[in-house]
Design a binder for this molecule. Structure first.
Ligand SMILES: *Cc1c(COP(=O)(O)O)cnc(C)c1O
Length: 356
């Protein structure tokens, strides 16, 4: 029988989600301070592109600002407004630079700095009388940036460059390319007037003082990622995921669980179905041997992770019932290893659904 419709046209507020992400802003601030300290005389900024690597600009930027961070890097102009709600626009740099008139209009109106990446961008920005900018020189990653042999071009020389920067391709590995990029960056520094130099991302900070220059640009490690083992001790977990129990069930010996019936109960046992699956970034590879937690108890995952549900063994916590929250292990290093994806992918795809 259909329920009577409400007379109001207003859409009802949805109830809160059964999956949540908690960002530990104290740990985030701790990580920024640690990376700032590890940057020696250089000041650490913060890469906050992609909605602060998925953790939320509105939560992360104020915490970073209050910790002392005064340089923020985003990828797109569309990301400026959200960051500028919390910090002066002059502290924001847009890594993609300006590729058309509309972007230059927005750059000029917003007061955020473009990172100029090509001779064409440099010409256009000067013709626009855009003012102060940063300049990216490509020393080997071949993504964005003017090449070193373009630095003498009059369009580049005419720029009012605040920070001359480059980006490392292999900072998370012991690659000879790190020293090569460092050497090339050094050779560029004398050829363009600038206020400051910046080369290192999170992993680059761990490569040592030669890589620090005036400013560093950590991203991943701020949010709990550990791109080089030597950073492990300094970095704390920032993202904590919790999922709610949707239903508990009593299994008899011989009952199976989930797709392909991969788990069969050896004896009667109690299990819980939890609102978490690969649609939420909890990949199938995390199933076997994986677990969730409740207080100090570990609850083994049974069978396959399905799109948005998993089943766990609650023998150790028989009082659990629908609506109770379970912890999802989310130390980025372990979780990425178990998921067979990079820490970057895991963090940024952990899912829109979690941010709700
Ligand atoms: C994303 C980005 C960073 C931050 O890199 P992490 O590896 O996340 O620390 C720094 N600089 C540039 C140019 C970037 O694009």
């Amino acid at each position: 029988m259909a329920r009577p419709k409400t007379s109001s046209m207003k859409a009802p507020e949805p109830p809160p989600p059964t999956l949540r992400l908690k960002v530990d802003t104290r740990a985030l601030a701790h990580n920024w301070r640690a990376l700032d300290r590890l940057s020696g005389a250089a000041r650490a900024g913060a890469a906050v592109k992609a909605n602060a690597y998925g953790l939320g600009v509105d939560v992360c930027v104020p915490a970073l600002r209050d910790a002392g961070c005064a340089s923020f890097y985003v990828a797109h102009w569309s990301e400026v407004e959200a960051v500028a709600r919390h910090v002066p626009p002059a502290q924001i740099a847009v890594l993609h630079g300006v590729i058309n008139e509309a972007e230059m209009d927005y750059a000029s109106a917003s007061g955020a700095n473009p990172v100029i990446n090509s001779i064409e961008q440099a010409r256009a920005w000067s013709a626009y009388s855009g003012g102060v900018c940063d300049l990216m020189v490509d020393t080997g990653i071949n993504r964005l940036g003017v090449s070193p042999d373009e630095l003498d071009d009059p369009a580049i020389q005419a720029l009012d460059v605040d920070t001359l920067m480059s980006h490392l391709a292999c900072a998370d590995e012991d690659s000879p390319m790190n020293a090569q990029q460092l050497e090339m960056f050094r050779s560029c520094a004398g050829r363009v007037k600038h206020q400051g130099l910046s080369l290192a991302n999170s992993a680059g900070i761990a490569l040592g003082p030669d890589f620090h220059f005036d400013a560093t640009r950590p991203g991943l490690a701020l949010y709990g990622g550990v791109p080089r083992a030597s950073l492990a001790e300094a970095i704390e977990q920032v993202a904590f995921v919790e999922a709610a129990i949707l239903q508990t069930r009593a299994l008899k010996a011989g009952d199976s669980v989930g797709y392909n019936a991969e788990f069969t109960a050896p004896a009667a046992m109690k299990v819980a179905t939890v609102s978490l699956g690969y649609a939420d970034g909890f990949l199938r590879s995390r199933g076997p041997g994986g677990f969730l937690s409740f207080e100090d108890k570990t609850l083994p995952i049974l069978g396959k992770v399905s799109m948005d549900m998993i089943v766990v063994d609650i023998t150790k916590a028989l009082d659990l019932s629908a609506g109770d929250w379970l912890g999802v292990p989310f130390s980025l290093v372990d979780a990425a290893q178990q998921s067979l994806v990079s820490q970057y992918e895991l963090l940024t795809t952990i899912g829109e659904r979690l941010r709700g």
